[in-house]
Design a protein around this ligand. Structure first.
Ligand code: MSP
Length: 543
């Protein structure tokens, strides 16, 4: 970080920010970044498990935007298949009306969770259907699709085929897949994709691009699944109608996963190679739940190879949430709508908790006690108090204006050096999708700032050495600016408020702006607490 008293630099930076040509060059230098969430099945209501993957992908998207990348962030809904058709029937609605309603609900959850998506694709969109058919035709033209008859086990819940050796029989006689989903014997004419022909190329991809699948556990599972041998995949159905018609044979609709995976391309304008968004392909990152890693890391690259299209750079799978130790299920009645959590605890504490609770990639449990504990300890005490103490001391003792930088002690330099390293350290971590580790790195700095303020005791310096008091508060304001800047992807709304209170203008909130110190004397608004302590309602009334 530079010196506070370099107004010339601030002016130069603001000129550069308004110069479009300069901004575009920066973009070209740093590149494009395409990140996706899975598209969600509309057979049931959105829940916290769905919101989780979207929040994680949103953090990656926002972080890359702050780094200066040109980001395209896609989410949407997966609306075809037998499972959705049956859910519509059960609801007594026509499939299209049903999917319109549930898709809108998923979109409202995405908006409620402040997911900064650039597009929301629906597989019932005409643009998607046409693109999925074009992809099919390309694969077929390559000779990788043939007509046959499928006979085997199918789990409707997973919309997945299973081989005989994956099936177990429960004591009551029901046959289930390894996921616990009941399976049915299916027998019908079907088009097949020559997946078996891609085994070697897939293994070569995993070998030469070890980063293609993460985390390591997922990677190992996928590699051993493919090494066991791949059988051709049934990619069409004739026993129901709710799907994308197979080009040239309207008795068949596409297997829902062929249709669904194509969304990552159709949203970019595929097959129109001149569509401006096609420049975002290949995707940098598909974020997926661990249950759907296989579809993304095996089927998807094989379809793409067959169509002569580049494969994505990375598939990263996240773990699953239980609620108070139990699997979420309608019958248990513990399915959590993320909007209810937000209504009770606030959006950013929920976003924070979901990513903070367990190293990203692992399974986790949503417990009310743990959420409240993190809100009160990490947000209210650690970060909230640090901001409040610093800003209220500036408001009271520095005339409500940002103090100038004073002579720095070794302790000041040490803290600021730790702070200035943060964006680069986090950039490395976010590129590995180590979202929790990156957050821990910020908390190391927050704890260091709290130790610094206690040790420097600026409140006591007010009488003894007001100049030193101002210098200490400026060090803290500078460190807080970095903290709030890098935390924006995780808690966008709260960090907007914190940056406003720190006097950081909207155009100064990206990473490159951190090189330019804020001018001394900038008037700061009246400080207001950002993370109130959460008090259980019954504890409140018992007082
Ligand atoms: N439609 C497919 C994805 C197609 S992507 C081309 C699908 N949809 S889903 O709605 O069933 O699941 C979407 C995502 O939600 C998956 O990543 C899944 O892992 C995630 N989750 C569903 N329940 C979950 C939890 N309980 N916990 C964490 N994530 C969970 O699969």
């Amino acid at each position: 970080m530079g010196q506070a008293s370099r107004p010339g630099c601030a002016i130069l930076a603001s000129i550069m920010m308004t110069d479009t040509a300069t901004r575009d060059t920066t973009r070209d230098m740093t590149g494009r970044f395409y990140v996706t969430t899975p598209i969600y099945y509309v057979n049931g209501a959105p829940h916290i498990g769905h919101a989780y993957t979207s929040i994680a992908a949103d953090i990656v998207a926002r972080f890359n935007r702050l780094s200066g990348k040109d980001v395209f962030f896609l989410t949407g809904t997966d609306e075809h298949g037998q499972k959705v058709e049956q859910a519509a029937q059960a609801a007594g609605e026509a499939p299209q009306a049903f999917t319109d309603r549930i898709s809108a609900d998923f979109r409202s959850v995405a908006d409620a969770m402040n997911i900064s998506y650039d597009d929301f694709i629906r597989t019932t969109d005409p643009r998607h259907k046409a693109g999925a058919q074009a992809l099919w035709e390309k694969v077929a033209a390559n000779g990788d699709i043939y007509l046959g008859a499928y006979e085997g086990w199918y789990a409707l819940r997973d919309e997945a085929f299973y081989s005989e050796d994956e099936i177990t029989t429960r004591p009551d006689g029901t046959k289930v897949a390894p996921t616990g989903a009941p399976v049915e014997w299916m027998q019908e004419p079907s088009y097949f994709f020559k997946l078996s022909a891609y085994q070697d190329r897939l293994l070569e991809l995993y070998e030469t691009h070890p980063e293609f699948i993460g985390p390591a556990g997922s990677r190992n599972e996928i590699v051993s699944f493919v090494k066991q041998g791949l059988r051709d995949l049934s990619v069409s159905r004739t026993s129901f109608r709710w799907g994308v018609p197979v080009p040239g044979d309207s008795d068949h609709v596409m297997y829902v996963w062929f249709d669904a995976l194509a969304n990552y391309l159709t949203a970019l304008g595929y097959p129109d190679q001149n569509a401006p968004r096609m420049a975002f392909w290949p995707a940098n990152l598909h974020m997926v739940g661990k249950d759907i890693a296989r579809f993304h890391a095996v089927y998807w690259p094989a379809f793409l190879m067959a169509a002569g299209i580049d494969v994505p750079a990375r598939i990263f799978s996240n773990g699953w949430w239980t609620v108070e130790g139990e699997k979420m299920s309608k019958s248990v009645g513990n399915v959590i709508d993320p909007r209810d959590l937000v209504a009770e605890f606030g959006l950013d504490p929920v976003r924070f908790f979901l990513i903070r609770e367990v190293p990203f990639g692992g399974d986790s449990d949503l417990s009310r006690r743990s959420l409240i504990n993190r809100m009160n300890v990490e947000l209210a005490n650690d970060l909230g108090n640090l901001g409040q103490r610093t800003l209220s001391l500036i408001a009271r003792n520095c005339g409500g204006a940002l103090p100038a930088q004073g002579a720095r002690t070794a302790e000041d330099n040490h803290l600021l050096a730790q702070a200035s390293l943060l964006p680069d350290i986090m950039t490395q971590q976010i590129s590995r999708v180590a979202l929790t580790e990156a957050l821990e790195e910020v908390w190391k700095l927050i704890r260091a700032c709290n130790a610094y303020i206690d040790h420097q005791a600026p409140w006591a310096l007010k009488k003894t050495d007001p100049e030193r008091m101002a210098a200490v508060l400026r060090v803290l304001a500078d460190a807080l600016r970095i903290i709030a800047t890098v935390l924006q992807p995780y808690m966008p709304g709260s960090m907007d408020r914190m940056l406003t209170q720190l006097g950081v203008e909207p155009g100064e909130r990206h990473f490159a702006a951190l090189d330019t110190p804020l001018p001394a004397g900038r008037a700061l608004p009246k400080p207001e607490g950002i993370f109130p302590r959460f008090v259980e309602p019954e504890a409140e009334t018992a007082k």
